[in-house]
Design a protein around this ligand. Structure first.
Ligand SMILES: [Zn+2]
Length: 362
């Protein structure tokens, strides 16, 4: 009896034919769902987190600034510029590479809508420390309805240093959903010789501002896909609750720490809004976007010793050289806090804990 070569052989052949066919079929089935998604581009990874929280399965989000790159200097790849042709929405956030690239991004896809996610947010000014500002004579008006006890009170104990309130800004963000009510009418004439290098772009690092941006995202997506507006509203409500919870957790973390201890040193000053929201003081090593001069380095070392700073925060996108020098001088250590982590919510919690630890360690 001949062995049944034929059936085995044909089964094999059949699987060769059927399997690829099955994949093609699967791909075809997946296509309509994929095509329903709104193609969205954002500048940085945390924005992807926000847009996905609101957009859920209705969006397909791509990030422009690639991991490890700095949003201050990023140059989009040709492949990314090509991908913009199929994009319907671009959420900008005010990081500096956009200045040079938004016009080109716009012309890469004339049908695409560009929406400023940071719309309505009044920016803090980047403060490049001049460190000897004790003679400031500003009006220390601390009555700024801060949602909590995270007062900026250390301005009284350690005069003027790095305290935004010392500069006569009227910070009134009592409600996250209303435009950050800073009264930045540049009343900087009061003996204030900081070198401001413009508005601080790092708005995504405050839960309160994230809430405001979430509203902008929900409005924009609802216009792009009105039939999913209810879905976006529901996601917005859920996300707002999570942001409130995060904000309260962070307040609970920092409030017990005396304000004069809430000082941290960081290479690149990414955490200005975070610091502002929780009454922390950020000391930047980077000076006007550059490595500090030897004189500034000496001053930073003296200052970190004076404030009992034992931790120097760095981020993966920038050099750690000068941070290392300072850390070894104060016998402290370096800690990575990445402002561009895509897993935004978890990262905010983690960085909050690292900062709180650094304030309380002896
Ligand atoms: Zn930055």
């Amino acid at each position: 009896m001949p062995r049944p070569h034929l059936p085995a052989w044909s089964a094999l052949r059949l699987s060769h034919v059927l399997l690829p066919a099955a994949f093609v079929l699967l791909a075809l089935c997946a296509l309509p769902a994929q095509a329903d998604k709104i193609p969205v581009f954002v500048s940085i990874a945390p924005q992807k987190f926000f847009v996905e929280r609101i957009g859920g399965d209705a969006v397909d989000v791509s990030v422009m600034v690639q991991p490890g790159a700095s949003p201050h200097t990023y140059e989009p790849r040709p492949r990314q510029m090509t991908a913009l042709a199929d994009t319907r929405l671009y959420f900008s956030i005010g990081v500096s590479f956009e200045e040079a690239w938004l016009p080109r991004i716009r012309s890469a896809s004339p049908k695409m809508r560009i929406v400023a996610m940071d719309a309505g947010i009044t920016k803090l000014m980047m403060e490049e420390h001049s460190h000897d500002e004790d003679a400031h004579g500003h009006d220390h008006d601390k009555d700024h309805g801060h949602a909590a006890a995270a007062s900026h009170g250390h301005a009284a104990e350690t005069p003027g240093k790095h305290d935004e309130d010392a500069h006569g800004h009227d910070h009134g963000h009592e409600h996250a959903a209303v435009p950050h009510g800073h009264d930045h009418d540049h009343d900087h004439e009061n003996a204030h010789d900081h070198d401001h290098t413009g508005p601080d772009p790092h708005v995504w690092l405050s839960p309160l501002l994230a809430k405001q941006m979430a509203h902008t995202i929900a409005d924009t997506l609802s216009e792009a896909a009105p039939e999913r507006a209810d879905f976006f509203r529901a996601n917005l409500a859920a996300f707002e609750q999570e942001l409130d919870a995060l904000h309260n957790e962070l307040l609970a973390l920092f409030t017990p720490i005396p304000p004069e201890k809430r000082i941290f040193m960081v290479f690149h000053p990414s955490w200005g809004y975070f610091a502002h929201t929780y009454g922390l003081t950020q000391i930047s090593i980077e000076y006007e976007g550059r490595e500090p001069t030897p004189r500034i380095m000496a001053h930073l070392m003296e200052e970190s010793a004076r404030h009992g700073i034992r931790t120097v925060f760095i981020q993966p996108q920038f050099s750690r050289k000068s941070a290392e020098t300072i850390a070894s001088h104060i016998k402290g250590h370096l800690v990575v806090a990445d402002p561009l982590d895509e897993n935004w919510m978890e990262n905010m919690r983690a960085v909050g804990k690292l900062l709180a630890q650094s304030f309380t360690q002896e």
